[in-house]
Ligand binder design. Structure first.
Ligand SMILES: Cc1cc2nc3c(=O)[nH]c(=O)nc-3n(C[C@H](O)[C@H](O)[C@H](O)COP(=O)(O)OP(=O)(O)OC[C@H]3O[C@@H](n4cnc5c(N)ncnc54)[C@H](O)[C@@H]3O)c2cc1C
Length: 450
């Protein structure tokens, strides 16, 4: 009927060839949508069946009343098929793969998407910070992953905003520094550059080396990062938003040279005390005083553990820096997310001749991106790694592991155990500084990510 009306209307305006072309395009469009919906329903069902339908971190929440079903949000996610259209509504079909890029929120023309922490059933601990990244302790800020949002781009943005607010609201109290920044990762780097650009007296402390978590990435790891804007430097952009760890660290080192950025490396922050408006910061090199402080500590200092006896054995580790160190070894990697899968790929490289077993808790990969999934699956086909789904470590012994695999107990010879189960908020430490921790059940971010 609709086709007849349309055909009648168009025949008065177009010739038959034009009508044919119009109908063909319309049919293709309808078919494309149908296919999209089918894939979306499949993905959603898979997430529910495998109990991977709970987002782990910051994620989009779609307001159905505002969603126009245009699909703009489905095309922009760097992680792939996370949001899709079902019945002309955007739906989070692969929640556990979402890492909180926030591109969907920016792409939505009707503002139907809000980024939220936690869900109604699964709370997420987040330190209390306001839109300027200041905590409930006046003058004490949190920037970067410690505030609950991962990704380099977010850390860079937050570091600059926090520092800008801090140095523009300095008190008159006498102190050695206007601003002390703790942590030399992307958040601390960007905060320090902002302090330089505002000509303020700052100190950046880092217990290891400039670069933060990126410094501890495995050698030659490809880092995915959207263009970031660093104070003084401007936009940093890499081809296809991909860059190796070494290139990224080199770029930051260049920034350090060009801007005169100072990071005091190998200095550990231990504690701080606020006396009136003055912060007394205790470090492994003694005490310094500051008018404002930014905590840009990240969360990698508190990796999530399995909680098993013997987990403190030296063979158990929570990151992989140099795969070359491990050759002809029996290795188990725990974790089906990107970090675990990438570690298994590197350790399973045939030139090291390791026996690598990757343990995935669920029945399939649902927390790593499609590229990583493809690579590791191909490696398993070539027998470079073995993948055990529905598996977890039961017991850790110096020379072996007891593993529950598909409901059966199995023993594996083992020299090294790598655990990639994410990281936890160092709540105790933050609370000892007076910072309040809130459990968020699907609450919106106060500031935008873009
Ligand atoms: C394996 C892995 C892969 C990742 N891949 C990507 C990716 O491809 N793209 C992306 O955008 N993000 C990626 N991320 C996330 C990204 O690395 C983080 O979100 C980002 O580094 C957070 O920056 P940050 O400055 O907040 O914290 P961090 O980078 O963690 O830096 C915090 C710094 O604080 C220092 N510090 C901590 N405690 C103290 C103390 N007491 N005293 C002094 N210094 C201290 C630490 O040594 C560290 O250098 C990945 C993370 C991991 C673990």
């Amino acid at each position: 009927m609709l086709v007849n009306v349309l055909t009648g209307f168009l025949s008065n305006h177009l010739d038959w060839a034009g009508i044919g072309l119009f109908l063909a395009v319309a049919c293709l469009g309808v078919r494309g949508r149908k296919k999209h919906h089918k894939t979306a329903e499949k993905l959603l069902k898979k997430s529910i069946d495998t109990q991977m339908n709970e987002p782990l971190t910051l994620h989009p929440e779609v307001n159905p009343a505002l969603c126009a079903g245009c699909g703009a949000c489905t095309k922009v996610c760097p992680e792939g098929d996370i949001l899709k259209l079902i019945g002309h509504q955007a739906v989070l079909v692969s929640p556990s793969k979402c890492v909180g890029h926030g591109e969907c929120e920016l792409a939505c023309p009707t503002h139907a998407i809000t980024l939220v922490f936690g869900t109604k059933t699964r709370g997420m601990d987040i330190p209390r910070i306001n839109t300027n990244y200041e905590t409930n302790v006046p003058g004490l800020y949190i920037a970067g992953e410690l505030g609950g949002m991962g990704l380099i781009r977010n850390a860079v943005k937050q570091g600059a905003l926090a520092a800008n607010h801090a140095v523009k609201n300095l008190t008159n109290v006498k102190a050695e520094y206007d601003l002390v920044i703790i942590g030399g990762g992307p958040a601390g780097l960007s905060a320090s550059l902002e302090a330089i650009s505002q000509r303020k007296n700052y100190l950046c402390l880092e217990q290891n080396s400039l670069g933060g978590t990126v410094y501890n990435f495995p050698r030659q790891k490809i880092v995915m990062t959207a263009p970031t804007i660093l104070p003084i430097v401007g936009q940093m952009k890499f081809k296809d938003n991909k860059v190796s760890k070494e290139e990224l660290l080199d770029a930051w080192d260049n920034v350090r040279r060009k801007t005169g950025l100072r990071v005091e490396e190998k200095v550990r922050f231990d504690n701080l005390e606020q006396v009136g408006n003055l912060f007394k910061i205790k470090t492994s090199r003694g005490e310094v005083t500051a008018r404002k402080v930014i905590l840009a500590l990240g969360v990698r200092g508190s990796p999530r553990k399995l909680g098993l006896p013997n987990e403190d054995l030296p063979k158990v580790t929570y990151n992989l820096i140099d795969p070359e160190q491990y050759q002809q070894r029996n290795i188990v990697v725990v974790g089906g997310g990107n970090a675990g899968v990438e570690a298994a790929q590197m350790l399973g490289d045939s030139k090291w001749r390791n026996q690598v077993t990757l343990l995935v808790r669920g029945p399939q990969f649902d927390r790593c991106n499609d590229e990583n999934k493809k690579i590791i699956t191909e490696m398993a086909t070539r027998r470079q790694v073995q993948i055990w789904f529905n598996s977890n470590v039961q017991e850790i012994h110096p020379d072996r592991l007891l593993i529950r695999n598909e409901g059966q107990d199995k023993t594996l010879d083992n020299d090294f155990l790598f655990i990639f189960a994410g990281a936890e908020l160092p709540s105790k430490m933050l609370m000892s500084l007076g910072i309040q921790i809130d459990k968020k059940f699907g609450e919106a971010l106060k500031s935008k990510t873009g």
